[in-house]
Every structure is written in structure tokens, then in C-alpha cells.
Design a protein around this ligand. Structure first.
Ligand code: HH2
Length: 293
């Protein structure tokens, strides 16, 4: 059984880049989906998604996270051919941009195809539980992974979620998945964990996780968080999804203060500004100079 201590690392090893996560990094969300909760609702346009990649980098994103499946509450996955159709043209473009490229997927065919194109990271909301995915990742020398907590499936995850101690249960799940990944031969420095804010959790569960987020750092892996524009922020502010930028920046900053080092966001420019100021105020203003160690 791998110990927590050996998993501790300030770097995230990915296929082409060793990312210094001793300070927060901004991961831009590039959804190539027609149905994400955060916007669009129109047919996917690969040119538009490619332009969003370029813009996110111009605004200071450190990494891009490209997704072809909406995992909003109540959603069901598209056919795998459709997910491939959405994601591949965007990944093909993004891998030439000189930054680490993550793909938000759970499916073996998509994982294989994007890694063959040169993607660096698999961000899996299902924590590499689909058949074949973990062994595919383990067969590659240095692909980074993000393992997220998701109880059940997005279609039903918000149907009365219950926990005894949400932090203990999310922590136990992440530990079990982390250990399974290490046992398959993936190096500890390739693994990042994510509590999955908004996934199978009520407002109270999300707040409890946020307040005790530091407890998850005891697992010894860097933490990713995705608060951006989520329903809990809408509940707290009374604002619709398009008006949650300030709330999202506030949540990302609070998560960074509590030790999260990969911030998954839609609104790159305001997040980068907020981090610059926070790092300068705490005397660490060299911090936003790029992720590659
Ligand atoms: N949230 C979403 C999707 N992927 N991955 C990680 N690691 N953490 C998250 O919190 C997370 C995630 C949902 O957000 P979004 O991609 O904007 O929406 P949709 O799934 O509707 O496309």
C-alpha cells in the first residue's frame, strides 16, 4: 500500500511538461459541448473552441482542459463517436500551443485518441473507473491524471445526496482511487486529486468540503478545484450562471488560500488578476511566471 508521504510532491508530471504546482495554476475550461451548464447551448463549433484556447492563453491560463461531455446534473453522456468528433479537432490545435493540455473524459477510446495526439493529462470526473482506462494510462510513460470524486453518475448524482462526514467520505474515496492508480504503476507525481465540488453534493456538503479542504491535502497529492460558475455560487449570491464571475473568482481564491494548486475556471483573466494580487500581497509575486518547472 503506498504511503501518503511518498505521494507528496510540489510538481505534477504530465506527458510533456513537469508542472510546478508549488503555487496556484489556472486551468482554462474549453468545453466543446452544446449543452454545458455554463453557457453556449448551441451546436459545437470547433473553430470557436480553438479560438477560446488561444484567448485563454493570451489571458494567462497555464493549462487548457478540453471536454466533449457535459457532466452537469441530470446529463447523460453523448455517443463516444460524438465525443471524439467534438474533442479531437480542438486537441489537435491545442497540443501545438506550448502548454500542458488536459482532456476531460472518462472513456477509453477518447483517452487513447487524445493521448495519441499528444495530450498531457486526463482529467476524469469518474476517476479512471471505466473499463480499460487505468491500464491505458499506466501503459503510457508520463501522462498526468486528475482523479475527481463523483458518487454515481451525473444523471442521478443530485438525487438527495447523503453523507455521514462528507470530508471523510470524499477523502476515503480519493485515497482508494489514488492507491489503485499507484498500484497500477502510475507514479505518485502524476496524480492530482479533486473533491468534485457540485458533483453529488448539496450546498452544505460543498461548503463543508471547502471549509475543511486542507484535510484533503493530507493525502499528499496536489488538489484541483472546479468552483467556476457552479450552482452553489448561484445559491450563495442569487445570481444566474452568466453573472457568477466575481463569485467564481472569490471561490477560486479561497480554494487557493486553502491549499488548492490547480484552479479550473471559465473566466481566466479575472482569476489571473486576482491571483497576481493575492500572491503579491503575501510576498510571492514571482508566482505567476508559468507552470513548467
Ligand atoms: N467540473 C466540471 C467538469 N469537469 N473536472 C474536475 N476535475 N473538477 C470539476 O469540478 C469539474 C470537472 C463541470 O463544469 P463544466 O465543464 O464547466 O460543465 P459541463 O460539465 O456542463 O460541461
Amino acid at each position: 500500500m503506498p504511503s501518503d508521504a511518498t505521494a507528496a510532491t510540489p510538481c505534477w508530471q504530465t506527458a510533456r511538461f513537469r508542472i510546478d504546482v508549488s503555487r496556484p495554476r489556472v486551468m482554462a475550461i474549453i468545453n466543446a459541448t452544446p449543452d454545458s451548464f455554463s453557457g453556449h447551448g448551441a451546436e459545437v463549433d470547433a473553430d470557436d473552441a480553438r479560438r477560446r484556447c488561444d484567448r485563454a492563453l493570451a489571458e494567462g491560463a497555464d493549462l487548457l482542459d478540453i471536454g466533449g461531455e457535459s457532466t452537469r446534473p441530470g446529463s447523460t453522456p453523448p455517443p463516444v463517436e460524438e465525443e471524439l468528433r467534438r474533442v479531437l479537432p480542438v486537441v489537435r490545435h491545442a497540443v501545438g500551443l506550448g502548454v500542458p493540455i488536459s482532456v476531460d473524459t472518462s472513456r477509453l477510446d477518447v483517452v487513447r485518441a487524445v493521448l495519441d495526439l499528444g495530450a498531457d493529462i486526463v482529467n476524469d470526473v469518474r476517476a479512471l473507473r471505466a473499463p480499460g482506462v487505468l491500464s491505458e494510462i499506466a501503459s503510457r510513460p508520463a501522462v498526468g491524471v486528475c482523479l475527481m470524486h463523483l458518487p454515481g453518475e451525473p444523471a442521478t448524482m443530485q438525487d438527495d445526496p447523503r453523507y455521514g462526514d462528507v470530508v471523510a467520505e470524499v477523502g476515503a474515496f480519493l485515497r482508494e482511487r489514488r492507491d489503485a492508480v499507484l498500484a497500477a504503476g502510475v507514479g505518485a507525481d502524476r496524480v492530482v486529486l479533486d473533491p468534485g465540488y457540485g458533483f453529488g453534493k448539496t450546498l452544505e456538503h460543498n461548503l463543508e468540503l471547502a471549509r475543511r479542504q486542507r484535510e484533503l491535502l493530507a493525502l499528499g497529492c496536489p488538489l484541483m478545484v472546479g468552483w467556476s460558475r457552479k450552482g452553489t455560487l448561484g445559491r450563495l449570491t442569487g445570481r444566474p450562471v452568466q453573472e457568477r464571475v466575481a463569485a467564481s473568482v472569490g471561490a477560486a481564491l479561497a480554494a487557493a488560500c486553502a491549499g488548492a494548486t490547480v484552479l479550473r475556471v471559465h473566466d481566466v483573466a479575472p482569476t489571473v488578476d486576482a491571483l497576481k494580487v493575492w500572491l503579491a500581497l503575501r510576498g510571492d509575486d514571482a508566482g505567476m511566471g508559468g507552470p513548467r518547472g
